[in-house]
Design a protein around this ligand. Structure first.
Ligand SMILES: [Mg+2]
Length: 359
């Protein structure tokens, strides 16, 4: 949750990106110039094409059916079945659930580790920044310790989050400090995120961005880095209440921490529509979202798969971004996720996938 300096990994090659872009552009041109486009070939036949456009090379060390320098699909048949089922059900049944840090945003920034929405915050009060850092030093080892039983860990995570929130209030965090922190932050969206959001917005497909961070910061990142908003995006995260002087006084709803950020959070979080210029939004939005039983889930940790807990989904395609420790984690990731993108890949492969789901 805090910025760290790490050696840079290889980013996807420029030629891979170019090929992907060409692929996307040629499809767009085809769609706009021919009112009756020919039927698209089944995904099973096209997956190698997508992979080929990302510098395909086979590997004997993995059971993955499709492996290349940019992505891994362990079970192409299983994925093709899910794509066919979701595509047949139509966009009205689909929702996208996305993690924010390291998923919508890039892992690397100018050759160094980018900042998270938590890590970027400078309270404008060094003493309180230091006290939050002390909490990190104490609780982060607990967060990543595999030996602590989950119920106990969840309690401790809640404790950490509540202490942190209390320090933000006590230290007099202002909205202006958030604005400045975001402006100074080393944080950026993956290439292709805007294309993905536009594609989904055109088809009225909701995107729930789940984060254990702070909704107000995430929305400020959207404002400053994308310079626009999308009516289909809802941020489900911890939301602040500011007084008339712009000073933080409390938080809305229950605390969403790293171990409970899932669709149950929709029931306990504060309304998410009111900060996004959606005056007609209501809690009915949530029940409508829950009727969308096909899910495209985007995450960068295996724990992100839990974001769809609480939703009785029929089909779920899980896309994982494996940003670091690739050799060590690839096996687990390619088992857990239907598609794994490597090396801080752009979002363009997901745009392509979305166009398969909503042809
Ligand atoms: Mg993340």
């Amino acid at each position: 949750m805090r910025p760290m300096a790490s050696p840079s990994l290889l980013s996807p090659s420029a030629s891979s990106l170019l090929l992907l872009r060409r692929l996307l552009l040629s499809r767009r041109r085809r769609r706009s110039s021919t009112p009756h486009s020919p039927p698209t070939p089944p995904l099973r036949r096209r997956l190698p094409l997508i992979a080929a456009s990302m510098s395909y090379s086979s590997s004997s060390s993995s059971s993955a059916a499709t492996r290349d320098s940019g992505s891994v699909v362990a079970d192409a048949d299983g994925l093709a079945r899910k794509v066919a089922a979701i595509s047949a059900a139509g966009p009205a049944k689909l929702q996208v659930i996305a993690d924010f840090d390291g998923t919508l945003t890039r892992y690397w920034y100018d050759g160094a580790r980018g900042q998270s929405s938590h890590g970027l915050l400078r309270q404008g009060n060094e003493e309180f920044d230091a006290r939050r850092e002390e909490l990190f030093e104490h609780y982060h080892p607990i967060e990543i310790c595999p030996d602590i039983p989950l119920p106990e860990k969840a309690k401790l995570m809640e404790e950490w989050w509540e202490k942190t929130h209390a320090l933000l209030i006590e230290g007099g965090l202002t909205y202006e400090a958030i604005r400045k922190s975001v402006a100074d932050a080393k944080i950026t969206f993956r290439d292709g995120v805007v294309e993905l959001f536009e594609f989904l917005e055109e088809r009225d497909i909701p995107v729930l961005v789940f984060s254990a961070g702070l909704a107000d910061i995430i929305e400020e990142v959207f404002r400053q880095k994308l310079h626009r908003s999308f009516k289909n995006i809802k941020v489900v995260s911890n939301r602040m209440i500011f007084n008339e002087e712009g000073r933080l006084v409390s938080f809305k709803g229950k605390t969403i921490h790293v171990l409970n950020k899932n669709e149950h959070a929709l029931d306990m979080a504060a309304p998410v529509h009111d900060n996004l210029g959606d005056p007609n939004g209501s809690t009915d939005d949530y029940s409508l979202v829950k009727k969308r039983t096909n899910v495209l889930l985007l995450g960068d940790h295996i724990g992100d798969l839990g974001m769809s807990d609480g939703l009785n989904y029929e089909n779920r395609i899980a896309v994982g971004f494996l940003n670091s420790n690739i050799e060590k984690s690839l096996k687990d990731y390619s088992t857990a996720f239907d598609i794994v993108y490597l090396n801080d890949a752009p979002m363009l492969g997901v745009v392509e996938l979305a166009s398969e789901l909503c042809p």
